[in-house]
Design a protein around this ligand. Sequence first.
Ligand SMILES: Cc1cc2nc3c(=O)[nH]c(=O)nc-3n(C[C@H](O)[C@H](O)[C@H](O)COP(=O)(O)OP(=O)(O)OC[C@H]3O[C@@H](n4cnc5c(N)ncnc54)[C@H](O)[C@@H]3O)c2cc1C
Ligand SMILES: *[C@@H]1O[C@H](CO)[C@@H](O)[C@H](O)[C@H]1NC(C)=O
Ligand SMILES: *[C@@H]1O[C@H](CO)[C@@H](O)[C@H](O)[C@H]1NC(C)=O
Ligand SMILES: *[C@@H]1O[C@H](CO)[C@@H](O)[C@H](O)[C@H]1NC(C)=O
Ligand SMILES: *[C@@H]1O[C@H](CO)[C@@H](O)[C@H](O)[C@H]1NC(C)=O
Ligand SMILES: *[C@@H]1O[C@H](CO)[C@@H](O)[C@H](O)[C@H]1NC(C)=O
Ligand SMILES: *[C@@H]1O[C@H](CO)[C@@H](O)[C@H](O)[C@H]1NC(C)=O
Ligand SMILES: *[C@@H]1O[C@H](CO)[C@@H](O)[C@H](O)[C@H]1NC(C)=O
Ligand SMILES: *[C@@H]1O[C@H](CO)[C@@H](O)[C@H](O)[C@H]1NC(C)=O
Ligand SMILES: *[C@@H]1O[C@H](CO)[C@@H](O)[C@H](O)[C@H]1NC(C)=O
Ligand SMILES: *[C@@H]1O[C@H](CO)[C@@H](O)[C@H](O)[C@H]1NC(C)=O
Ligand SMILES: *[C@@H]1O[C@H](CO)[C@@H](O)[C@H](O)[C@H]1NC(C)=O
Ligand SMILES: *[C@@H]1O[C@H](CO)[C@@H](O)[C@H](O)[C@H]1NC(C)=O
Length: 595
Amino acid sequence: MSPVFVLLGLLTASASLCNGRIYEDLRIIPSLNNYDYVIIGGGLTGSVVASRLTENSNTSVLLLEAGGSHQGAYYLEVPGLQSFTGPGTVYNWNYTSVPQINLLNNTIPAPRGHVLGGSSSINGMWYTRGSSADYDRWANITGDQGWLWDELQNYFEKSESFVSPADNHNISGQYDPSLHGTQGPLKVTVGGYSQSLDQLVMGRLDKQFPFIEDYDNGKPLGFGWTQTTIGNGTRSSAATAYLDKYLNRTNLDIALNSLVARVIASNGSRIDTVTFTNNGLLMNATARVEVLLAAGVFNDPHILLNSGIGNATELSAMNIPVVNNLPSVGKNLTEQPAISNLWNTTNPVTTVEAEAAYEQALTQWNNTRTGRMVLAISNTVGFTRMNTSDPDVEALVEQYGELAPGPASPHIELLPTVNAFDAEANFANAQFVLDSVNLIPYSRGSITLDPINPSGPPLIDYNFYGAPQDIQVMRQAVLSALAFVSTPAWQEFLAEPVSPLLAAVVNEYPNVSTTTMDTYIRASTSISFHATGSCSMSPEGAEWGVVDPDFHVKGVQGLRIIDASIMPFAPAGHPQAAAYMIAERVADIIKADNS
Ligand SMILES: Cc1cc2nc3c(=O)[nH]c(=O)nc-3n(C[C@H](O)[C@H](O)[C@H](O)COP(=O)(O)OP(=O)(O)OC[C@H]3O[C@@H](n4cnc5c(N)ncnc54)[C@H](O)[C@@H]3O)c2cc1C
Ligand SMILES: *[C@@H]1O[C@H](CO)[C@@H](O)[C@H](O)[C@H]1NC(C)=O
Ligand SMILES: *[C@@H]1O[C@H](CO)[C@@H](O)[C@H](O)[C@H]1NC(C)=O
Ligand SMILES: *[C@@H]1O[C@H](CO)[C@@H](O)[C@H](O)[C@H]1NC(C)=O
Ligand SMILES: *[C@@H]1O[C@H](CO)[C@@H](O)[C@H](O)[C@H]1NC(C)=O
Ligand SMILES: *[C@@H]1O[C@H](CO)[C@@H](O)[C@H](O)[C@H]1NC(C)=O
Ligand SMILES: *[C@@H]1O[C@H](CO)[C@@H](O)[C@H](O)[C@H]1NC(C)=O
Ligand SMILES: *[C@@H]1O[C@H](CO)[C@@H](O)[C@H](O)[C@H]1NC(C)=O
Ligand SMILES: *[C@@H]1O[C@H](CO)[C@@H](O)[C@H](O)[C@H]1NC(C)=O
Ligand SMILES: *[C@@H]1O[C@H](CO)[C@@H](O)[C@H](O)[C@H]1NC(C)=O
Ligand SMILES: *[C@@H]1O[C@H](CO)[C@@H](O)[C@H](O)[C@H]1NC(C)=O
Ligand SMILES: *[C@@H]1O[C@H](CO)[C@@H](O)[C@H](O)[C@H]1NC(C)=O
Ligand SMILES: *[C@@H]1O[C@H](CO)[C@@H](O)[C@H](O)[C@H]1NC(C)=O
């Protein structure tokens, strides 16, 4: 059987999973060599770009995805079941970091979506754009004014349709309609199920923690109503929003279960060939115009390094023939450290009650797409700055200057959550979580190949707290959380902190010693699921960086990177809104360059 036949067989098989409406036109694929574009990775950005490029019926695209279909997967649809898509599930790459030397050598999870839609099929669905200064800094760093916040508004809005929440409550005053798109594929809304926690949070607000009507206004300082990528009570992912409607396009072929190993210049110097395995068979696909890499922050470097694109010394040490010496590949990995501050509450529920509520919520969701299961995580979120009257903050600013990109950019995010279902379907005893996130990390980690097994999982080093200012900001993020819950109403709600290390911090609050604080921080720090930067943009001609501002990989022809790994700094928030924006922009740039 020829490789083309195997691929067609696979696609026909998966079409039957999707009620037969999808892959009916695949018989017209002449061969794997007839595509204009081959996109590596059917995740968030790959799905968007595949969808946009194939709007022109003369443009043909092959989208290669390592995972399976998202369609009919219950856990990917129900917002409240996000925890069932984590490491150890079929939807996940199951990666873990190397031991973190500044976190007592703990290893930290590195989940990513392994399914059509990629991480947008499994993420927490928070939709936040960050601050205007985040993007103005990208423009500054890259020398491309096209990255200015004002220039990008079209692309944020193009991707988006702001819709009513599942409970159809009046959302006037809970967001600013002038900031949002109404015609885009991606559904965005505010929480569609109210919780008593909402009133506790909103009732707490004051001068230090003010209300903000819409944190997508470029100056996200304050607590507001969480926006999430949900429509009709159901997850909206890049796959549901950008692919489902277009699966019958004859110019778009989607190959599932197709694991890409490397890219090759088969005939001269232009990268034109993608080598992948499908059902255990090695195959090549070639692109007439360009190969577009969208395998995500951990796997882009893995593919590039295995293709001989990376630090020449390090590649040679692994006996990988050097195609292009590009030392920054995998080198500027950025993640925002996060701590879940966890308390028992004074109104716990029993396991029996929790299970009954869980069953009721599932039944309600199944029947009407309403109820607790329409919530991603929580209805409110806050962005704040460090308290400049604290002498430690004064000293920090003295030493490093302003750590955020601008005065209206936050340093810290606080996420209040209660009653999240864990993977065992518990209400976790109605514990209360207030996440503290350092939004402005300066530590840079790396993605490298495993010397023992270069084609196996990459070595992921977040290098948390490698830059000394990061733990100092995290101290402030924990103090900020404790300040938030210091009011009588909150003290009445909260019982003991679950961790004895947090209890020690709380006991010393507000004058917490550095030893007590750092003992808690080093034992408790984890990820916020926001890794970026492993293939950073830099100015054209720069000595560092992986791609130019127009997404071309430096020093090679025919290859662009089009995903979240190109962000030189993470936006001050959750990165998916920026990832959709990036994908919309690069699709336009590619169309313009090749028209
Ligand atoms: C658990 C989790 C929770 C998150 N929560 C939020 C949130 O609430 N809000 C937010 O804004 N952001 C969140 N994020 C981050 C956000 O989802 C990502 O930033 C975004 O999806 C990145 O898009 P991408 O296209 O770069 O990569 P992905 O969406 O990860 O897509 C990469 C795709 O490439 C495929 N792939 C990888 N390697 C290969 C290969 N070798 N061959 C073929 N295919 C390959 C993958 O299977 C995947 O489909 C979360 C992420 C995770 C993992
Ligand atoms: C597609 O190509 C044909 C033939 O070259 C041309 O007539 C047509 O206008 C093109 N369509 C689009 C949408 O570009
Ligand atoms: C992740 O682990 C699950 C459970 O073992 C497995 O089914 C899945 O295939 C793994 N993912 C990958 C990409 O190997
Ligand atoms: C972490 O591991 C390194 C290297 O193995 C070791 O030198 C160090 O002592 C360890 N640190 C802790 C806190 O265990
Ligand atoms: C870019 O950053 C530098 C250094 O911080 C600053 O001096 C300059 O004004 C910035 N330029 C723009 C265009 O923002
Ligand atoms: C929604 O609330 C706003 C502000 O409170 C009010 O002006 C408006 O009339 C309400 N709309 C509906 C349909 O009730
Ligand atoms: C919302 O979901 C319900 C239940 O599945 C379905 O009947 C309805 O058609 C959906 N509405 C939209 C607008 O998709
Ligand atoms: C795909 O389906 C849609 C609606 O079902 C239809 O309007 C469109 O013409 C179809 N396109 C192709 C190429 O078959
Ligand atoms: C893929 O292409 C490369 C370069 O042209 C070639 O060496 C290799 O044999 C091809 N592999 C397959 C499976 O066709
Ligand atoms: C390439 O890697 C070697 C070995 O790790 C290192 O010494 C060198 O500094 C790297 N080159 C660049 C330009 O970063
Ligand atoms: C990481 O990014 C910074 C700019 O933020 C740059 O100066 C540095 O050279 C980069 N490091 C590598 C190894 O590419
Ligand atoms: C809800 O629907 C799913 C998928 O159809 C099914 O597996 C599950 O048993 C249903 N749960 C309840 C409580 O009805
Ligand atoms: C928190 O609640 C759980 C369940 O009721 C209990 O087992 C645990 O001891 C409590 N923790 C503290 C620190 O009080």
